[in-house]
Ligand binder design. Sequence first.
Ligand code: NAD
Length: 479
Amino acid sequence: MNIKNYINGNFHNPSSNNWIDNYNPSNGEVYGQIPNSSKEDIENAYIAAKSAFPSWSRTTLEERSRILLKISEGIEANLDKLAKAESKDNGKPISLAKAIDIPRASSNFRFFANAITQFASESHESVGMNAINYTLRQSIGVVGCISPWNLPLYLFTWKIAPAIAAGNCVVAKPSEVTPMTAYLLGEICNEAGLPKGVLNIVHGLGTSTGQAIIEHPDIKAISFTGGTATGAHIARTAAPMFKKLSLELGGKNPNIIFADCDYDDMLKTTVKSSFANQGQICLCGSRIFVEASIYEKFKTDFVKKVKQLKVGHPSKNDTNIGALVSKPHLEKVMDYIKIAKEENGKILCGGNQVTVTGFENGYYLEPTVIEVPTDECRVNQEEIFGPVVTIMPFKTEDDVLQMANKVKYGLSATLWTNDLKRTMRMSHQIQAGIVWVNTWLMRDLRTPFGGMKASGVGREGGFEALRFFTEPKNVCIKY
Ligand code: NAD
């Protein structure tokens, strides 16, 4: 099946007639093609967005909200179709796409449909100076949204929904590795009555299509989620053009387990925070630190539970771990397992590719637990982004805090403890944009979402996203 660009409400082949193969990770086969769009396609998308902007930015909040809600309902109505498509494109279990990815994509539109009706600007009375200031929050114009392959529709819509809710028109590019559900979104937007040109979805490689978006002189803001190296490149390109930038980048998140935690709850959640979505979530707790007094017990119990996880075809109901997203990615993760061995890491379980009968060329890997001799080894410092976690013991709160912070990333952290004062102390000192205590990946869409250090710049979520996608303008009136 061939995917097309969605520009001005219609579906188009790429102008250069250049195509890229689209792989199904569960069997390693090419199952369709996607446009490798050129600068010309991005220009066409930009022109469509620019023409739609005057009318869309003047559309009442109530009407924008109504259309966003219809898109949300359209996603919900297509749950099965979208979940199947996401699973085929990405390798994740259908059950996961059905329970998490697609419902969240629908929630993203519903949330921002409501949030925009509550978004307010401020006024400041300059007391004693006979003046009043009011601040407008104006739509920016045409903005670019670029997303990765791990949670395809979920993260794509997390950007698009606030961008259009705030009255902007969008040129968006999903990952070339997982383009299918973004393609299907176009039809849903048309059915929901989204005016032509408000959202344009262009497919292609990052280095050509993505590059054309970030270089475009009149695309005034870029919201990007992806790898840290790509984020740095985007910052270098966009900053001299004074574009607004939101960068959600990589992570190497600590999962810190104290002996006083609720053990069973911790164990169950730690299996999830390590291996959900084949460990391909930027928020996965890939560095597990365990208080020395319970380390041996944890090691035994954790490895036992991980060994019970079933690696299998994404369409099977009993599959816990599906296929990794691509062959190059599988190879990258396998390389890290090799590096771990060279660095004297001990593979406690996993470490090998899995052959699934009938799907022998799929990209399957055992969930892997590596005991590391030091927190400074590469597998403990670099983002692997696969079903691989490291574990090691710690003695004191100070020691673990130091290790937790001694990486270049600062996206999220998880703490397991029932000591309130320790929770407060550590949450304050840990270098991460998001701290979960006695839970993981619990999300309230109103809260700020994003990372510090090499994990990014800016925050998404709630009004933070609406602030990003608007330009504040202060008006001062003397009376
Ligand atoms: P990636 O950086 O390779 O690609 C992300 C997107 O950027 C893709 O659409 C790609 O085509 C595009 N791109 C690549 N080069 C570009 C360029 N020169 N100009 C414009 N666009 C370009 O990342 P990936 O491999 O798709 O995703 C995995 C990474 O994403 C991991 O590092 C992960 O931690 C990160 N991630 C972060 C978050 C977060 O919220 N912080 C969420 C999910 C994933």
